[in-house]
Design a protein around this ligand. Structure first.
Ligand code: BMA
Length: 818
């Protein structure tokens, strides 16, 4: 076999334009034009509007190349495009070789006989995607599926048409790898790696089918390399199919983040003919069992992921494409995002259906960091065509992507779509008197209750399929209920309910809920000039896609905080508000972990700089929510259920063995006078919530000192303070803070900065930032009780001195915001 990459420098132009311009493949029109300086950066100000013509234009890409002699020596040559975005016509040496119309499919065309030794020219014509869907939409209007109407007519990422957090910038181009592949006599058609766990040992089963075009005898040889470097081999003869087992006697298991190590094995599967290699595939696998436990119980039916026999409380977030232009996402950027998720103790991400089946690098990282993946098929919030051609295209797309990803240790579940069952059941899509509408509903039923589950059953029988998110699992029956299945809870935010509404919900699995914040001020500066830095300016509203989202933020902000004194304080408060709201929900659901089996925050990341529900912004900056997640997703959680003058202290443990420690609590005033205090030993049961103490301070609190006092709880393990929490008896805005006179002592050792921050009186939500450098602090947006010192660390920015760090440090707390 021989592969020849065709990635690299190409040329492109508007169809029939005179001038060809340099292009990068994989890549796309927007990023190519941007590199050439031919369009303004669409992420700045309202430049997005100035580049809308791109999606209404046809584009040509071409490259010239010589074919490697080794490639031409093979019996057959193929052009393989891992992804074309989206409506493409491909020609080689002037001869049309194929058409594409689904960005999620791999396209493979045989080019034997067309390919020459030298002077080959490959050209790809991309039709304007917006023009296409607009015309289709005129013929047959389909609601939803993106802001530019008609998106469901084309198999292209729904969010690329614009979403309630994303711009309307549908990319166009060769968006994945492109290459020539040559084979002699045979190649793998499909390889399926499965694992059977029994009595402490694991059988890795490899089943392959091959495509061969002569009668030569074939063999398959398999090598499994364990994390410690030890190797296991096996070899079998092949007819048109082959299967072989590798017995792993002492398996080093793979665990999700927080439950154990992420042991990974490397598997190589080789197709051979005597001693020569005909084809070779490599897989990274982790040995573990994964099940979705759905057992009837007193509340309905459980929805719990069980890994290696351990029920896992899923702590995580929903993932969207990390850039509107996915081809420019660097591996380092992906790694930063996935590592940030793991650093905040997340163990699950849901790859949301309005985006992509992600890249190999993405799943490699999830395997490595122990992040379970809930993978939606890529359909969201729309009604899709019901015709056979559409179903067939999706059928192939589903088989290809299931086959590509099913060996992954991290992959936990396949899900049909995002919020479309809700659409039919709850959003008035259903019109029983309208025959055309009922055909679309039947199309829905066929796709998500028959076709896709059949693909998963046939191609990946070891994994659960779930029809939609949210769903009860029973077609069209109460898809967003508390009794069974998963839930999306949007009454806080879209419904403008207070955060306390979260405590009224007991979903079996919360797969979406969220609250927006502005991104950090440094990020706002990249899109809004000083004169636009006002919450209701045209530019700030352009970078807000959720209806009157800025107003929703302000409204809830005035429920919680005092009016901010300036725009920067408002940006800071918006982040605190988001962090506080989500903390409130997650702590409640973790306290009810016997009933609720997971919380996924909408959303982890952003695809451009914008006001959104994300905890990490487009540049990867940690918003206050992400630091809060690091605290509220900790394996041992201290939380306080506040109810008027009553404070109930809980310790919730995701550890598999008993945890011993101590809770210390104080009722104290803002300046630090202790009105009451106590301590209580804790023996936290494994995988359970423990109610530690319930204290009513009614007799200690008057209407007046309620606004001057707080309840401080601390969790100690020996001499180490593990966690602390501050709760009030009045809304935070009514708390009578005084200047905490924050003092910071900064020191440096081995490229790590240490900050010791002390407060004379209670300081709430202390924020540390460094001008001119982005660092992740070990903690941020934390409280400091009166007289206490909090120590946090951060890596010294490259090339910096201690002095520079001291000079660029900015500190503020809630007291400074009004
Ligand atoms: C959910 C998601 C997204 C959306 C988010 C915020 O419905 O599935 O469609 O971005 O809410 O509105």
């Amino acid at each position: 076999m021989h592969h020849q990459s065709l990635a690299g420098q190409w040329s492109f132009r508007q169809l029939n334009a005179k001038e060809w311009m340099p292009a990068t493949v994989p890549g796309g029109v927007h990023t190519d034009l941007l590199t050439l300086g031919k369009i303004p950066d669409p992420f700045v100000a309202d430049n997005e509007k100035k580049v809308q013509w791109i999606g209404d234009t046809d584009w040509e890409y071409r490259t010239a190349f010589d074919a490697a002699p080794e490639l031409l020596n093979e019996a057959k040559q193929f052009l393989v495009c891992d992804g074309l975005d989206t409506l493409a016509e491909v020609s080689l040496n002037g001869k049309p070789i194929g058409k594409a119309d689904n960005m999620y499919r791999q396209w493979k065309w045989e080019v034997t006989g067309i390919l020459k030794k030298s002077g080959n020219e490959l050209s790809i014509l991309f039709h304007a995607p917006v023009t296409y869907i607009t015309a289709k939409q005129k013929e047959k209007p389909l609601p939803g599926g993106g802001d530019i109407l008609g998106g469901p007519h084309l198999r292209k990422a729904p969010c690329q048409w614009g979403w309630d957090w994303g711009p309307k910038l549908p990319p166009i181009g060769v968006w994945k790898d492109i290459r020539l592949e040559g084979y002699s006599s045979a190649k793998f058609e499909d390889v399926h790696v499965r694992q059977i766990h029994k009595d402490g040992s694991v059988t890795v089963n490899i089943t392959a089918s091959v495509e061969s075009w002569d009668k030569s005898p074939l063999g398959m040889s398999v090598t499994l390399v364990a994390p410690d470097g030890s190797r296991l081999n096996t070899k079998v003869d092949i007819a048109d199919k082959a299967a072989t087992d590798i017995e792993v006697k002492n398996p080093q298991l793979w665990w999700p983040q927080g439950y154990g190590k992420q042991n990974l094995y490397q598997l190589e599967v080789v197709l051979e003919n005597g001693t020569s290699t005909l084809d070779k595939l490599n897989y990274q696998i982790g040995l573990r069992t994964i099940k979705l436990k759905q057992d009837p119980d007193e509340w309905g039916e459980s929805f719990t992921f069980v890994v290696n026999g351990v029920p896992v409380f899923a702590k995580g977030a929903d993932w969207i494409p990390a850039d509107s232009f996915p081809t420019r996402i660097a591996d380092a950027q992906l790694e930063f995002l996935i590592k940030s998720a793991a650093d905040a103790h997340m163990n699950m991400l849901r790859v949301w259906g309005g985006g992509l089946y992600e890249s190999e690098s993405f799943y490699d990282l999830c395997d490595r960091f122990g992040i379970l993946i809930w993978q939606d098929f890529t359909f969201a919030c729309g009604i899709y065509p019901e015709d056979d051609a559409f179903a067939e295209s999706v059928h192939i797309e589903a088989i290809e992507n299931v086959r590509r990803l099913r060996h992954r240790a991290s992959l936990a579940l396949w899900c049909g779509n995002n919020e479309m069952e809700q659409g039919w059941a709850d959003w008035h899509w259903n019109k029983p008197e309208d025959a055309a509408n009922q055909r679309l509903k039947a199309g829905y039923d066929r796709m998500y209750h028959h076709l896709l589950p059949a693909v998963v059953a046939a191609e990946d029988a070891d994994r659960p399929y779930w029809p939609s998110s949210a769903s009860s699992g029973i077609p069209f029956a109460d898809p967003n209920g508390n009794q069974r299945g998963d839930m999306h809870y949007w009454d806080v935010w879209h419904g403008r309910k207070p955060f306390t509404a979260y405590r009224g919900q007991f979903p079996r699995f919360m797969s979406e809920f969220g609250f927006q914040a502005l991104p950090p001020y440094k990020t706002i500066q990249t899109y809004a000039a000083p004169e636009d830095q006002n919450m209701t300016s045209y530019i700030m509203e352009h970078h807000q896609r959720s209806g009157s989202g800025n107003g929703l933020m302000i409204a809830q902000m005035t429920d919680t905080f005092r009016m901010p004194k300036d725009f920067q304080s408002l940006a800071y408060l918006s982040m605190l508000l988001q962090a506080e709201g989500i903390r409130y929900g997650v702590e409640h659901w973790r306290r009810h972990m016997n009933r609720v089996s997971g919380t996924l925050i909408w959303q982890l990341n952003d695809c451009w700089p914008v006001a959104s529900w994300a905890s990490l912004d487009y540049f990867g900056r940690w918003k206050a929510l992400h630091y809060a997640a690091k605290r509220f997703y900790a394996p041992v959680l201290l939380s306080v259920e506040d109810d008027g003058t009553r404070m109930s202290v809980h310790v919730t443990s995701d550890l598999t063995s008993r945890w011993d420690g101590l809770v210390r609590w104080r009722l104290e005033t803002v300046p630090g006078e202790v009105l009451a205090s106590g301590e209580q030993a804790v023996a936290a049961a494994p995988l359970a919530d423990s109610a530690v103490a319930s204290l009513d301070f009614a007799d200690k609190l008057t209407d007046e000192n309620k606004r001057k006092s707080v309840f401080v709880a601390e969790l100690w393990q020996g001499k180490e303070l593990i966690a602390s929490s501050v709760s009030g008896f009045a809304p935070i805005k009514h708390l009578e803070l005084v200047d905490p006179e924050l003092k910071v002592n900064v020191s440096l050792k081995d490229a790590t900065l240490t900050f010791e921050i002390s407060a004379r009186t209670l300081a709430r939500f202390v924020e540390l930032t460094l001008d001119n450098a982005d660092v992740v602090f070990s903690d941020n947006y934390f409280d400091i009780p009166a007289g206490a010192i909090v120590t946090v660390t951060a890596p010294l920015p490259n090339g910096w001195t201690l002095d520079q760090a001291k000079k660029s440090l900015q500190v503020r707390s809630l007291f400074d915001s009004y």
